[in-house]
Design a binder for this molecule. Structure first.
Ligand code: MEV
Length: 443
């Protein structure tokens, strides 16, 4: 047994991959050979693919698999999609597929991209006269844009680029604090590198030109740049997805369309006013959204951070989806900010991301926004449909059954027999363990 005292190492990043693994397994694992075996089990046999993954980040020791599943039958603006989803949680893909099928027969999903503007800011400190800063900014603004030409040339030729730069006075919040608040159109790129490069150039030009601005007093010339960085909050990069049908067409088994629609709208209303429910409600939406964001090589942390800020934009955390019944028509929709890319980043590098994008007919960023919003709406529809009818556990635990059986290394015969058994028995962890024990005892 090793002593797991904290042990630091210098020069770790310079070690070879195998030396890194040796150090890790020797330092932290009681059975270092077994640990090494597990790590190696997940290496790709194709050395080139493995090297690609090794080089995505630093200190790579292995790959971490998540399942890539697909949800077919999504009709979006009349076009059929099979949506790729990367997620570890059972029942998410099944729920998406079910919702897709449900709406396929009822007109499908309708989507619109409402806006695509992204934001970046240069944060700086200036303690002088605000009017003089304002006139400096007005004078320098064309130069701020001109100095980024080398960075923006390609983007501009494709129709994107810097949309505007504004000077924002934030001195009421922090003495001397101002921003250059810039908006960008980054087309099919998520745009982080583009925006950050532009911002750093703005900062350089701004600082340099301030030193030369005659109207500034001597002490006003030394503007202090704090940082230049894009904002992941993109409330003006918005997409809307919706489904609607006659209330009577929502009839499902024994439940009338009217009863279903009423209860469903109530469930959404609760999430609109009750943050405890809204967080779980939105988490379910993110089950769908993150899964497609991951499958398509996008940055799910950026998406998550933005979406939850957006959900609180009115000062109280609320539902991202809405529903209504009007003139006998049920409408259910989502409006959500999504900064996504279909070029750059992982999109051209990761073989499975490339495959996922091909599966989606090589979408533009705008098309991907629509697909992702639909995945979120569909997921929420499926969750609320279960919650307001059978309850979530029925479907959930059935899917979970397989995980429990795998955990106990059930063989195929045991799986078949117990899946049958649990068709009419309630699944719980202990019930599955008991049933497996009983089955094994019979042998
Ligand atoms: C589980 O991952 C997601 C749900 O809790 C979402 C919801 O409650 O709406 C089922």
């Amino acid at each position: 047994m090793k002593h797991f005292m904290s042990k630091s190492i210098s020069g770790f990043s310079k070690l070879s991959k195998s030396k890194k693994i040796d150090w890790i397994v020797d330092t932290y694992f009681s059975n270092s050979e077994a640990a090494k075996r597990v790590l190696k089990q997940y290496w790709n046999t194709d050395e080139k693919i493995q090297q690609l993954h090794d080089e995505f980040i630093e200190n790579t020791i292995s790959n971490y698999y998540l399942p890539l599943g697909v949800a077919p039958n999504f009709s979006i603006n009349g076009k059929l999609y099979t949506i790729p989803m990367v997620i570890e949680e059972s029942s998410v893909v099944a729920a998406a597929s079910k919702a897709a099928k449900f709406w396929l027969d009822r007109g499908g999903f309708k989507t619109t991209v409402l806006s695509t503007t992204k934001i970046g800011q240069v944060h700086f400190i200036y303690h002088g006269d605000p009017n003089r800063l304002e006139s400096f900014f007005k004078q320098i603004k064309p130069k701020l844009i001109a100095d980024t030409k080398a960075i923006t040339k390609n983007m501009v030729s494709r129709g994107g680029g810097i949309m505007d730069i504004a000077l924002r006075n934030k001195t009421q919040d922090i003495p001397g604090y101002y921003q250059l608040h810039a908006s960008f159109e980054t087309l099919d790129a998520m745009g982080a590198n583009f925006i950050n490069s532009c911002l750093e150039q703005f900062a350089k030009t701004f600082k340099k030109e301030a030193l030369l601005f005659d109207s500034f007093l001597e002490e006003e010339k030394n503007i202090q740049i704090v940082m230049s960085i894009l904002s992941n909050y993109v409330p003006e990069c918005l997409v809307r997805a919706e489904v609607s049908c006659k209330v009577e067409d929502l009839k499902d088994g024994n439940i009338s369309g009217e009863a279903f629609a009423q209860k469903f709208v109530q469930a959404v209303n609760i999430a609109e006013i009750e943050p405890y429910r809204a967080v779980t409600h939105n988490k379910g939406i993110m089950n769908g959204i993150d899964a497609v964001v991951l499958a398509t090589g996008n940055d799910f942390r950026a998406i998550e951070a933005c979406v939850h800020a957006y959900a609180s934009r009115k000062g109280k955390y609320s539902s991202l989806t809405h529903a209504k019944i009007e003139d006998g028509i049920f409408t259910f929709w989502i409006e959500i900010p999504l900064a996504l890319g279909t070029v750059g980043g992982l999109t051209g590098l990761h073989p499975l991301v490339k495959l996922a994008l091909e599966l989606l007919h090589h979408p533009s960023a705008k098309e991907l926004m629509q697909v992702v919003a639909v995945a979120g709406l569909a997921q929420n529809f499926a969750a609320l449909r279960s919650l307001t009818t059978t309850g979530i556990q029925q479907g959930h635990m059935k899917m979970h059954l397989m995980n429990i059986l795998n955990q106990f290394e059930a063989n195929e015969e045991e799986k078949t027999s117990l899946t049958k058994h649990f068709e009419n028995h309630t699944v719980s962890h202990s019930a599955v363990v008991e049933a497996l024990k009983a089955l094994r005892a019979k042998k």
